[in-house]
Write a protein of this length. Sequence first.
Lengths: 100, 166
Amino acid sequence: MLPIENYLLLSLLLFTIGVIGVLTRRNVIVMLMSIELILNAVNINLVAFSRYWGSVDGQIFAIFVITDAAAEAAVGLGIILAFFRNRETVLADEMDMLRW
Amino acid sequence: MLNAALFYFFAALAVVSAIAMVTRRNIVHAAVFLITALLATAGIFLQLQAQFLFVVQIILYVGGIMVLFIFVIMLVNLDVSLHLVQFNRQRFVAGVLAVILGVQVLGAFWVGRGSLKLGAARAMEPKNTEAVGQALFQQYMLPFEIASILLLVAMIGAVVMAKRRV
């Protein structure tokens, strides 16, 4: 069995890549996909600790995180569709309707 | 030995496809690379003996959420946006800040590494799905119901958002 640090490092790498994606991309759809990557990195942590404690509690939390990810993706993509219908763009820096 | 080889294979696959996802110009390619990263994560779940989550990851993430993403990409994708700059103006500052965040978490690992010594992994129950079901419907009954309400709210929200005229 591998030491748990391997899983934590993998999770940290994926999390950082996801944060870079959210902060630097212009396309809102890619930003949402990066958020999915971040949630996925958290799940790796939870499942790894669950494995090391020999209990399924961490996996239950991972299931709730997946549920949240599904809800967030559905609402986020709905917002993107509504915005695209109004403004014909999916670029984050052109979304300035609330700015003055 | 095989365990370690599997872990390194899936970890490398996940990290490489995550980097490819963030840097690709074409959104459809990015979505396909995200699918690869999610499948590699599913492999890591299997390697961690979380068989139920392995199946849930494939069915729900790859089969559900990613289909939704690709559907929206097909509705929204503009050929024009392929030729635009794909990164925003704050990209250098943002990249440096994200890396600093990663280094900070790494430092937190380093400081707290003494308390991470969990020793050898304890044995999991052999029937993973049964154990998850027991925990979900006994100990975590209330969060389970709250999650179902959350899904209902999200469903209504998505329908209202995507409607042509509110």
